[in-house]
Design a protein around this ligand. Sequence first.
Ligand SMILES: Cc1cc2nc3c(=O)[nH]c(=O)nc-3n(C[C@H](O)[C@H](O)[C@H](O)COP(=O)(O)OP(=O)(O)OC[C@H]3O[C@@H](n4cnc5c(N)ncnc54)[C@H](O)[C@@H]3O)c2cc1C
Length: 460
Amino acid sequence: MVSAPGRSLWADTVPDDEHARPDPPPPTTVVDVAIVGAGLTGLWTAWYLARQDPTIRIRVVEREHIGFGASGRNGGWSSALLPMGLDRIAARAGPAAATRFQRAMYDTVREIEDFVVAHGHPDLFHRGGTIDLARSAPEEERLRDTLATYRRFGFGESDHRWLDASEARTVCGATKVGGGLFTPHCGAVHPLRLTHAVARAALGAGVEIQEGVTVHAVHEHRLDTSHGTITADVVVRATEGYTSGLDGERRTLLPLYSLMIATEPLPAEIWSEIGLAGRSTFADARHEVVYGQRTADDRIALGGRGAPYHFGSAVRPDFDTDGAIRQRLIDTLGDMFPCIREASVTHHWGGVLAAPRDWQCGVRYDRRTGLASAGGYVGDGVSTTNLAGRTLAALITGSDDDLLTLPWVGHRSRRWEPEPLRWLGVNALGRAARLADRNEQRTDSGSRVWGRVVDAVRRS
Ligand SMILES: Cc1cc2nc3c(=O)[nH]c(=O)nc-3n(C[C@H](O)[C@H](O)[C@H](O)COP(=O)(O)OP(=O)(O)OC[C@H]3O[C@@H](n4cnc5c(N)ncnc54)[C@H](O)[C@@H]3O)c2cc1C
């Protein structure tokens, strides 16, 4: 059955009894901690806070419903990836801090795995690792560089290893595979089930979740909302791709769309060709990112960037789908796995993620103003939100925790340029990535000009 455009596979496959259904909170407008956004950042923060100190009164305020944002719609890679890469962290904080941060991400993947088991849903996280496929000579060069970087920072074969062509094809039988970079530090998750599981845990720990309330502005110790003012010692902004809609935050984070498709469940004969028996999440190393997973119900869910950035950082429901991107994803799927060209694509949806100007995510808390925030994960937020939630909880409760020494704590990115510079620059970058990929496909050699443009701008 083909679902309505914009409706995600995940929304269609959450068992009814797993929905978190908060009761309307009591009428009081004074709480200890008010959190804006019931995505994974807001919910993990609430849950860890409530666990650390059950006496804290916590209210999560959500404009739509739990898991409405990227947390409920993503590609389901619970990975240890950080958007900025180890060299850039090291340039700011030193190599030892970069290594510690990466290890904290490996632990975070384990933390999420433990959480789902402890909460009775072991099936919603499947640790199959990730394979990045080298499907051309320049892709292989980039992936070997990535591996060399991991080695320089002290990570060995058990964390990241090179697979030759036949090993890589056994993991994921795509076409043109010349090798691959494999890491065990990733699980395939059903993202909306995960988000509801965290929300249920938070509700169980006494957190209040208020849906259908829009926050217009975040102030010191106060939220202005569509339903009046909420006063709190601490206010946490966890609005990620939607941040540009808040008063005064238009240029804080850039909303970027990522769009997905999912096939119908595929039969066993097809899986015997494709592989993915261990449900490794998969990608290749093109510039215009694509990412895929074999779902628990035997579909392929594939996503990719490449949707345009919308002038003025606009975010609208009709941007969640795009006929041209849908077709590009179908073509990519057919190119990687010709045996599923005839399979129906049952879902097409998208969502908005957030890019900081320096591509470096951060967690911040100012005890004096009571203002806290976390985000800027670009496309790597499923696990990072958990680390952010634990870190915010430690900051707010004043616990002495090693997490507080990680180099993203307190990091602030500069603001994006005003329009039309933002629109011109970001969309030009998107076109450069597409051109670099096209050149590489045609020539099987690195696209010097466009590839360098993309790399240089991402580093700037
Ligand atoms: C299509 C797609 C695929 C992705 N794939 C992956 C992946 O495979 N792996 C990975 O690690 N990351 C992935 N990401 C990124 C990841 O999903 C996000 O980084 C992460 O979910 C961010 O969580 P969050 O809670 O910070 O934000 P969100 O989940 O976006 O939550 C923010 C919430 O705030 C609410 N809100 C916003 N403004 C207001 C307001 N003014 N008042 C009240 N409420 C408000 C929103 O309604 C929303 O529910 C993907 C993202 C997308 C869009």
